[in-house]
Design a protein around this ligand. Structure first.
Ligand code: ATP
Ligand code: MN
Length: 465
């Protein structure tokens, strides 16, 4: 048997016309085997589709002995004729002519024997869960969304801009940072005052993993016009929630000459584009996830694409929450940083639509946001989604040097000279936002827990592989 190429199972199932009646090669992993003493049916999955291809082994052609290693989890190569299937549950099948077994999987020890393992069980076996239908569906959708994001920005003339993962800037204030050091932890060098002597450290100063690429992104936008970042970010906060990871991917577009309205328009168009892309290109996977986990998923996705997001000032949002008569766990008052329950009330119960909340009190937002004329609020815009809460956080940036400098002094941040140069030299109005990639994947897959939409989740007390 020639072993030079394979045809993807997705192609054979979804677009079989050109292959029917022809000999094809398929390679993949056995999901299941059943049958009788005349014929055996093997479901073969090669990762290209949530659907498995049925392979029919005629026991007049193959011996029991030959088929013994073909058990769940084994990897095989089959050559055979693709035919229209007589049976229920599939449109085509392969009548096997030749079989090659690459690797066996001992049924006594292979952990993914039965269908329908719980998501918790699979999280324990995270190194093998890409072989399950649920997780491979999530991973294919994740891939499609990543591609859609690059396509969206590229088609709009944005440049993909790489900001550093190791940073010496601590100013974003978005979250606690993981320190990066090569100092010996059992014998940390100290200076005369007894403080850690970072001049002896690898970079000669204190360094950390980035929590956001935004500030560096602004350097890109004030030169290239419109840029976006798409990379990992790290937050050392002890957030054991279904929406927080310690390592997550973030997309941060930053646009020169954009005011907050332009920023909102872009955020809404962007997120709708990504969801539409997934609806169009991941039909089978979305259908599968809907069937097994979340019946309303396709409707919810279409609804978001087809409806305008509500745009509402924070002050109005607080009023609605206060007048709701609802008992929240955390109190509501003007100036409070909204909790997820507040965000979800506005989105799921009051408006029943995604909401862009704007003009937050300056005290609860980052120093770089543009101050409104009222002197109390800033031009922030958070996009709030059903089931997720905050999916995007963004703002128009303060472009006035004196105001920004004033705010930096007020808060007492140091080492920002490089950042202030964007305002010192040729400053422009500009805006940007950050989308948490896993929160988008969470929404599009309908999964409940963010740990189930990234291959190797990192969270407090968990760093496997
Ligand atoms: P939250 O209030 O939900 O913790 P945040 O205000 O800290 O979010 P930003 O600093 O504005 O979030 O980050 C931008 C986006 O990154 C958020 O809108 C969210 O989608 C995502 N995000 C933030 N923190 C995390 C995290 N720990 N894990 C996954 N995604 C996150
Ligand atoms: Mn946070």
């Amino acid at each position: 048997m020639q072993d030079i190429r394979r045809t993807l199972v997705a192609k054979l199932i979804n677009d079989p016309a050109e292959f029917i009646g022809k000999t094809v090669d398929v390679k993949g992993w056995v999901r299941s085997r059943r049958g009788n003493k005349y014929v055996q049916f093997v479901a073969l999955n090669d990762g290209s589709s949530v659907k498995s291809l049925q392979i029919v082994f005629d026991l007049a052609k193959f011996s029991e002995e030959q088929l013994r290693p073909v058990t769940t989890g084994a990897s095989i190569h089959v050559q055979g004729l693709l035919v229209e299937s007589q049976g229920k549950g599939q449109n085509v099948e392969i009548q096997a002519e030749e079989l090659q077994v690459y690797g066996t999987a001992d049924p006594e020890t292979y952990p993914l024997q039965k269908k329908g393992h719980s998501l918790e069980f699979l999280r324990e076996k995270a190194h093998l869960r890409p072989r399950t239908n649920y997780f491979s569906a999530v991973l294919r959708i994740r891939h499609a969304l990543a591609y859609a994001i690059h396509k969206f920005f590229n088609d709009k003339g944005f440049y993909y801009f790489h900001t550093p993962l190791i940073t010496a800037s601590d100013a974003e204030g978005a979250g606690a940072q993981f320190q990066v050091t090569t100092l010996p932890l059992n014998e940390v060098p100290v200076d005369k005052e007894g403080n850690v002597d970072y001049s002896k450290d690898f970079f000669g100063k204190m360094a950390s993993l980035t929590v956001s690429g935004q500030l560096e992104g602004e350097l890109g936008a004030t030169a290239l016009g419109c840029i976006y970042t798409f990379g990992p970010t790290f937050r050392a906060e002890n957030s054991n929630t279904p929406r927080h990871l310690s390592e997550f991917w973030m997309i941060e577009p930053e646009m020169a000459f954009y005011e907050i309205e332009d920023n909102m328009d872009l955020a809404e168009e962007f997120i709708k584009y990504c969801i539409s892309y997934a609806l169009e290109h991941c039909k089978d996977d979305i259908e599968f996830l809907a069937e097994h986990f979340d019946k309303e998923l396709p409707e919810r996705l279409k609804f978001v694409v087809e409806n305008d997001f509500v745009r509402l000032p924070y002050t109005e949002g607080i009023r609605i929450l206060e007048e709701s008569g609802k008992k929240f766990e955390f109190p509501v008052y003007w100036g409070v940083d909204l909790a997820s329950e507040h965000e979800r009330y506005l989105v799921e119960e009051h408006f029943k639509k995604p909401v862009i909340l704007t003009d937050y009190p300056k005290e609860i937002k980052a120093f770089y946001m543009k101050l409104n004329d009222d002197g109390k609020t800033v031009r922030a815009m958070d996009v709030l989604f059903p089931k997720i809460g905050e999916i995007i956080g963004g703002s128009q940036r303060e472009e006035n040097l004196d105001k920004l400098q004033g705010r930096i002094n007020e808060i007492g941040i140091e080492g920002m000279d490089w950042y202030l140069d964007t305002r010192r030299f040729g400053t422009v109005p500009h805006s940007g936002f950050g989308l948490g990639f896993e929160r988008l994947v969470l929404f599009v897959t309908g999964m409940q827990n963010i740990r189930d939409v990234i291959p190797f989740p990192r969270y407090p007390k968990n760093c496997e592989y």
